[in-house]
Every structure is written in C-alpha cells, then in structure tokens.
Design a protein around this ligand. Structure first.
Ligand SMILES: [Zn+2]
Length: 214
C-alpha cells in the first residue's frame, strides 16, 4: 500500500511545472515536516480551489468565481457585454474580433499590465513539445478551431507565444490547424529577443511587439 501511496503523491507533484522526481521528493519531505494543522489546511485549500478559481470554458483563462454571471463557467472577458455589465464586471468593452493565443496565465497578466491590448485570449496551458507531450495543449488548440469555426472566423488570431523553439513550433502548428478557416493570423514582431519568455518581457517591448505584429 505504501509504495502505491508515495507513487501516486509523487506523480501528482510532478504535474507541477518544472518539478521532476527529485523536487517531488523534496516537496514530500517538506510536507512531512508541516504541522498536522498545516497538512490539513493544504489539503483543504486544494479541495476548495474550484470554488474560488476556475478556468473559463471559452478561453481557458483562470478567473476568480465571485459572482454567478456566466454560471461560473465563462470569464468576464468572454461574457457578452450586457451580461458582463449587469454583473458589474468591468470588462464589457473587450474587442471581440481579436483572439490572442498565449501559453499561460502569467502572460495575460503581463500583457494586461502593458495596457496595449483589449481583445480576447486563448490560453494553451503549455506548448507542443514532441519530447514531452501535454494532451491539454492539443485539446485546447482543437477548442480554438471550434471557437473560430462557430462565429469568430472573421477574427484576427494573434499568435503571442514566446520566441523559443517550442514557441515557434507551436505557432506553426496552430497556423496549420486553422488554415481551413482562413482567419487573419498575425504574430508578435521581433522586438522580443529570441529565447526570452513572454512572461518576462517588459512593457515597452511588449507594446512594440504588439503594435508591429504581422
Ligand atoms: Zn474567457
């Protein structure tokens, strides 16, 4: 029973970004040294997470569940303007003809902070990496295709993935998948230095990369 227990816990910890077997073990030992109350608090907090934070079923952005608008399924950006205003959410004026494809939620925080963009998003939750396949990413690209097909085929799709090898690979893959729908596809300009993750790009660089997208 024991080896099964540790195996399961370790595998769960390894699902966290950047955590391999070694770090998973370190987490395990660290949690062992928590007080009994802390261990219970952690378990309870994880179990309660969906009551506080959810993923939008349209754009996959994480949003805090404060109201029942969108029945707790759709974020304030994706909710139609009237419903959003009614719920008292501030984001009723998003440009609905732009969808920016990004890797992770932290990228959104950075782009929103720059104030250079007011369209919608599509969060991949990772990149396509042939050596480390993440099924969530392919699923979300499929969802993007369906989203575009439904009513957004005149949208501009902005591929805003980090200029890394996997970023390039993923961008090319998405462009290929969306090809039959023939949307306008743009990419961030080359102001971002190669290899730098979007999450760490500064405001000016982001603004420039967005303004000069092609
Ligand atoms: Zn959304």
């Amino acid at each position: 029973m024991d080896s099964n227990f540790f195996h399961t816990l370790r595998k769960l910890l390894e699902k966290l970004p950047g955590i391999g077997p070694r770090q998973a073990n370190r987490f395990l030992w660290a949690m062992l040294d928590f007080s009994e109350d802390e261990q219970k608090d952690l378990a309870r907090a994880i179990a309660e997470l969906p009551n506080h934070l959810r993923r939008c079923t349209t754009c996959w952005r994480a949003f805090s569940v404060k109201t029942n608008a969108g029945e707790g399924k759709v974020c304030s950006f994706c909710l139609p303007a009237e419903a959003s205003a009614k719920a008292g959410w501030a984001n009723s004026k998003r440009e609905r003809n732009k969808i920016m494809v990004i890797e992770k939620d932290n990228d959104i925080l950075n782009i929103e902070r720059s104030g250079a963009y007011s369209g919608l998003y599509h969060v991949l939750g990772g990149m396509i990496d042939p050596l480390d396949e993440n099924p969530i990413v392919r699923e979300r690209i499929k969802k993007l295709y369906e989203r575009m097909g439904k009513n957004q085929s005149k949208c501009e799709v902005i591929l805003a993935l980090s200029p890394t090898k996997t970023g390039e690979f993923t961008s090319n893959y998405i462009a290929k998948v969306l090809e039959p729908l023939a949307p306008k596809i743009t990419r961030l300009a080359r102001g971002l230095s190669t290899g730098v993750e979007l999450e760490y790009a500064d405001e000016m660089t982001l603004r420039h990369a967005l303004d000069n997208r092609k």
